[in-house]
Ligand binder design. Structure first.
Ligand code: ADP
Length: 290
């Protein structure tokens, strides 16, 4: 089972004739509210991959719809706390050419208490996974608690913050990074990924596939991506990570889980949207990958 200490955001999409300049007011032509946040995306991906996932997080009083949507998508929500305050959100302005600008407010994603995390993880079993990204508070406490309880820790270092990742480096079993984050981590630690005290590191490379650095087996292996016609790469990394961990949780080997995650990531980039359009296992099985 996966315990995901993760962000939940409302993605507010505004379609505009052009992006506003300083002082300009523009009326949007269309509005759509989607479920997003790296945490929620990964929970939905793991659930659609057919594994049990308990999301640990927080929503404001305005976030009841997000809770219902997560439930509908098969995510367990008993440890999502509804509290005073504003649900995390991203206001995404998109112009007719597809260019965008984005304002993010973390809101209740940064109001998670150690008590909430402790109460959730006290129900976990040794051998379960704790998954985290860098869009909530409470990561250090959660990492320490997870290790005390015998959980495995997976971390997606996004958005990248050198202090956040180095503070829990010793506790991480599986680290997932994209190409940019991997370069930032190398710069921050002054070395090679092979020298880090982490068993497995997976670096995603977009249309270039991914690379697995196994410090346990002392090997580095490259996996080419499945070829698709990409229309929107939003959420590809989150989908990949959710599927990767679900595969491992269900007993797959790392190469098997990577293959599944790459199929999910490839299918995801053929669609517009985030959590709401993450493919399920059946769609992946039915798709004719070239
Ligand atoms: P992020 O969104 O975190 O930057 P990536 O862009 O590296 O993550 O994408 C994650 C994974 O999704 C890749 O490793 C790959 O398997 C798949 N993927 C992403 N973009 C494409 C693409 N254009 N074609 C095929 N697969 C893709």
């Amino acid at each position: 089972m996966i315990w995901n200490l993760g962000s939940i955001n409302a993605d507010n999409f505004y379609l505009l004739p052009h992006l506003p300049g300083p002082g300009e007011t523009i009326s949007a032509r269309n509005f759509r509210q989607g479920l997003g946040g790296k945490g929620a995306n990964m929970s939905v991906a793991a659930a659609r991959a057919g594994t049990r996932v308990m999301h640990v997080g927080a929503l404001g009083a305005d976030g009841g719809w997000a809770l219902e949507r997560l439930l509908e998508y098969g995510v367990e929500t008993a440890h999502i706390t509804l509290m005073e305050g504003v649900t995390g959100h991203a206001n995404i302005a998109v112009d007719l050419e597809g260019e965008n600008n984005i304002v993010i407010f973390p809101g209740t994603n940064h109001e998670i208490t150690d008590e909430m995390i402790g109460a959730a993880l006290s129900e976990a079993s040794s051998g379960d996974w704790l998954l985290m990204q860098n869009e909530t508070n409470g990561q250090r406490f959660a990492a320490r608690t997870a290790k005390t309880l015998g959980l495995r820790l997976a971390y997606a270092a996004a958005p990248f913050d050198a202090d956040a990742v180095t503070a829990i480096l010793e506790q991480i079993d599986l680290l997932v990074l994209n190409e940019v984050e991997a370069a930032q981590l190398r710069a921050a630690t002054g070395g090679e990924l092979r020298q880090l005290p982490i068993d497995d590191i997976v670096v995603t490379l977009g249309a270039g596939g991914c690379e697995w650095v196994s410090n346990k087996a002392h090997l580095v292996e490259s996996f080419p991506a499945y070829q698709v016609d990409a229309v929107d790469t939003t959420g590809a990394g989150d989908t990949f990570t959710g599927y990767l961990l679900a595969g491992l949780d269900r007993g797959m080997t790392m190469p098997q889980a990577i293959d599944l995650a790459m199929r999910a990531g490839a299918l995801m980039v053929t669609r517009h949207g985030t959590a709401d359009v993450i493919p399920d296992l059946k769609e992946i099985r039915d798709h004719d990958f070239r």
